[in-house]
Design a protein around this ligand. Structure first.
Ligand code: SAM
Length: 284
């Protein structure tokens, strides 16, 4: 059985990986211009050996030197490209297997909070194929509008072409933070499900959450995000890259509370090799 993803597992290196990184280090020195290009615009799908070696080196270097900006650019490249569209073909089962099967309790809690605060709008970051957004829009009472924000334009086109969504739902192809700063209004429920905030660096999330608590009250946030099994939140508020994707394990308690939210529910569930933490936080 595979073990739960951890920081230790991510940082440990076998002989083969160390050899690849040494080769990457040499490739990075020999092809200095290409290395600079890849540092500024990382590619998640390197096509030749030189780029593969340089990317291995750059990822390791960024991890050891805590270059969160590099990882954020890398994640955007992945999700804007083929990665995003391949995801829904292979991972739509997560709506059933993760959200409906493992987080029913969280949904019941969310419904209670919704009924107390009575928001009007639902905003889902990284909605992908929109299954959860459609579910929430039809299951929660009195939703006036729902917006699915998705960085993968092809996925959004597919959603827009489909007639299977509730008419209150709109999909928009844009980056989550940009949309929030320009368009969000008070009385909204913000949703990130199955791992979305994990692709944002902590500073960006701080700006987004502070914007909500300062300008857009009242609001509710539902976040279901993977975290590293050995990330001890009592010891560290750092956001640490982990797993194969090197997405961020954030300290979600600190993230929400330090930005003015109160956490009304938080619980971890195991889902395959991920420890998923669901958080419901409010600002009134
Ligand atoms: C791991 S998938 C989760 C998808 C879906 N929420 C689910 O549970 O199946 C992450 C999703 O977030 C989207 N995404 C990643 N970064 C984003 C960003 N900065 N702005 C908007 N969407 C983003 C990706 O394109 C992808 O659809």
């Amino acid at each position: 059985m595979k073990s739960t993803l951890s920081i230790e597992q991510t940082q440990n290196r076998g002989l083969k990986q160390s050899a690849k990184e040494w080769a990457g280090w040499i490739a990075a020195i020999v092809a200095a211009n290409r290395t600079k290009q890849l540092r500024d615009s990382p590619t998640s799908k390197p096509t030749n050996l030189q780029d593969k070696l340089i990317m291995d080196f750059l990822k390791r270097h960024a991890m050891l030197n805590k270059h969160a900006d590099f990882f954020e650019r890398l994640h955007i490249d992945f999700w804007q490209g083929e990665g995003g569209i391949e995801f829904s073909q292979n991972c739509d089962h997560r709506f059933e297997d993760l959200f409906l099967a493992k987080q029913k309790f969280e949904f019941d809690q969310l419904r209670e909070v919704w009924n107390q605060l009575r928001p009007k709008h639902i905003i889902e970051f990284g909605c992908n194929s929109g299954l959860l957004l459609n579910y929430l829009t039809t299951q929660l009472e009195g939703v006036q509008s729902s917006t699915g924000i998705e960085i993968n334009a092809q996925q959004v086109q597919q959603n827009q072409a489909s007639d299977s969504f509730d008419p209150r739902i709109q999909f928009t192809a844009t980056e989550g933070g940009e949309w929030l700063f320009e368009n969000a209004t008070a009385n909204s429920l913000y949703v990130s499900n199955g791992g979305v905030l994990e692709y944002f660096k902590r500073e960006r999330l701080d700006e987004m959450l502070t914007h909500i608590t300062a300008q857009l009250r009242p609001a509710v946030f539902f976040a279901s995000e993977p975290v590293a099994d050995d990330h001890d939140w009592t010891l560290s508020t750092e956001s640490i890259p982990f797993g194969e994707e090197l997405s961020f394990s954030h300290n979600y308690t600190d993230l929400f509370e330090s930005n003015g939210f109160s956490i009304v529910h938080q619980r971890a569930v195991q889902f395959d090799t991920w420890k998923m933490v669901a958080t419901i936080a409010t600002c009134r």
